[in-house]
Design a binder for this molecule. Structure first.
Ligand code: 3NM
Length: 544
């Protein structure tokens, strides 16, 4: 017996595909059997090509497999097939809710695909009925109509979807982890216990991040639905086994995080713990792997050295496979972005994510051109960033607000301090990371703790790359403090901005030109002093 609807495990939901591009010339039932042996917890038979007799015959064979393993079998859209087979339920795709009869070549007017309430009437209260949703409104309606679970998507662009629904008129949007989180929140607010899986482009390298980043404090995904990463795998059993074990463990970049009650809970603890981090950078000289723009390469390498780290300016993505194992951190700075550069960033990001090595995103000039807005989206979909650091224009762009930056300048601020703090907090909560927004006052948040740092100097705005090298500084702090990323970001901000203040006050600093070498000197001095136990510079800290 398959479990009752309320006890179904949604962790690893296999959705089948019968097109040769994915299945090849293999027998679908054998592939599904292998996947079920590997640990799939639920199967949906989705076949847009066979006629009704073929569907019923294959569904019966599949049902024999799933029954043996005591997991449910659902049929995509075709209630008549589910009834004929006596399986556990159906999945109703949004595209099918409004166009049940006859618009697809293989579908005839006698095929039975219905809306949810009608399906429920026919199948009864014990049947499992799921619906595909890609918007908050669709999710709210499906919850109200009594869905047992929702397939939330499309997570990432997927070749499978393109092939499967190419003939449909209503193609769905790519909603990513941010869109999924909004839907989860809306479901939580309905007060109904409707289960959820994410679908679209999910595979072994994305699954943990999907579960981690989509998660809303009030509702998590119950699992993931997968087509090609299992059906098209050479060894579907092994693929399912690996995916199930990934679903059940946190991603490497989250594994090291301290429990909330162990993190620096207020300004006093943040300031107290800052010197130890700076000192550790000095003693460990961690690697700061910079994939950065043409303008600041030399400056960033000098700053990394002055702060106590060991820089490498490696823009070739393949190198990250080795570099990510050296205990350092990566900075992806998308200034002077090129198509090839973007591919390299995505490769490196993946390597660091797999290893759990911290990554800083600096979305330089993200709101300046359509290409850079696109690059921001590509990078956010490509992997997880532990810290996103940018000016107001850049952070707004990452959040999804359309702004027009003039080059890499932030542009005039349109936000009050409270609005800035809210933006930074909301973006950090959405991405489940740390966001730093620079300006006259810098704002930093991990979605729960939000601080304003009022250190720094006007001369930082008069030299090129001052924001970029802050990213490099923060990367070094992150390399030694993975457990509390907010603390690492604050330590980096304070080291950098207070050194800038001290440099700007020096008598030999006459303007931007003399400020640059003085800044490098003072970054070095703050490191040296702190490592020697002198933390008097920290008295200048203005954090609130
Ligand atoms: N439905 P893969 S995405 C069947 O967004 C299906 O509703 C989707 O295939 C939706 O795991 C999709 O190979 C295909 O990316 C998912």
């Amino acid at each position: 017996m398959a479990p009752a609807p309320s006890n179904v495990a949604y962790s690893l939901y296999l959705v089948t595909d019968s097109t040769s591009a994915i299945l090849g010339d293999r027998d679908l039932v054998e592939v599904v059997q292998a996947a079920v042996e590997g640990g799939v917890t639920l199967v949906q038979y989705r076949d847009k090509v066979s006629d009704t007799a073929g569907l019923v015959s294959t569904a019966k064979r599949l049902h024999a497999v799933t029954q043996k393993h005591k997991i449910p079998l659902l049929i995509n859209d075709r209630i008549d097939v589910a009834l004929a087979v006596g399986c556990e339920g159906v999945h109703i795709g949004q595209d099918d809710l409004g166009m049940c009869h006859g618009s697809q070549p293989t579908r005839s007017s006698s095929d039975l695909c219905l809306d949810l309430p009608s399906a429920r009437k026919l199948l009864g209260g014990d049947a499992i009925i799921g619906v595909t949703v890609s918007t908050v409104e669709e999710a709210q309606k499906a919850c109200k109509d009594g869905a047992d679970y929702l397939g939330v998507g499309t997570m990432f662009a997927t070749a499978t979807l393109a092939k499967v629904i190419a003939s449909k008129t209503n193609t769905k949007g790519i909603i990513g982890t941010a869109g999924t989180k909004k839907i989860l929140q809306a479901i939580a607010e309905t007060g109904r216990n409707v289960r959820t899986v994410s679908i679209g482009g999910i595979n072994a390298s994305t699954v943990q991040r999907v579960l981690f980043q989509s998660s809303h404090p009030k509702k998590k995904l119950d699992g993931v639905a997968i087509v090609s990463a299992i059906i098209a795998a050479q060894d579907p059993k092994q693929a399912a086994k690996e995916l199930l074990s990934l679903v059940k463990s946190p991603p490497p970049f989250a594994a090291a995080s301290l429990a909330n009650d162990q993190k620096a809970a207020n300004i006093e603890t943040l300031l107290e713990r800052t010197p130890a981090i700076i000192k550790e950078v000095g003693s460990k000289t961690p690697l700061s792997h910079n994939m950065t723009n043409l303008v600041v390469q030399n400056f960033a390498a000098n700053v990394a050295l002055a702060v106590g780290g060991s820089p490498i300016m490696a823009n070739y993505g393949e190198e990250a496979k080795d570099l990510c194992k050296l205990g350092g951190a990566l900075v992806i700075n998308m200034g002077t972005v090129t198509p090839e550069g973007l591919q390299n960033y995505a490769l490196a990001l993946k390597a660091y994510n797999l290893e759990g090595g911290p990554v800083v995103l600096d979305p330089v000039g993200g709101g300046a051109t359509a290409i850079r807005r696109g690059a921001v989206k590509t990078l956010l979909a490509a992997g997880y960033f532990d810290v996103i650091k940018g000016n107001e224009g850049e952070i707004k762009t990452v959040f999804g607000t359309v702004v027009q930056q003039k080059g890499v300048d932030s542009g005039a601020s349109t936000l009050s301090d409270l609005e800035k703090a809210t933006l930074v907090r909301d973006l950090a909560a959405r991405e489940r990371n740390v966001v730093v927004m620079t300006g006259a006052t810098d704002f930093v948040s991990d979605g729960q703790r939000t601080y304003a740092v009022k250190n720094g100097h006007e001369l930082l705005g008069r030299i090129t790359g001052s924001g970029c090298v802050l990213g490099t500084t923060i990367s070094l702090m992150l390399a030694v403090c993975r457990q509390d990323k907010l603390l690492a970001a604050v330590a980096g901000l304070l080291h950098y901005e207070i050194a800038a203040e001290i440099a700007a006050e020096r008598e030999d600093v006459k303007g931007p030109g003399t400020f640059v070498p003085a800044l490098i000197d003072e970054l070095y001095d703050v490191q040296k002093a702190t490592s020697g136990g002198d933390i008097s510079w920290l008295k200048r800290a203005k954090v609130e």
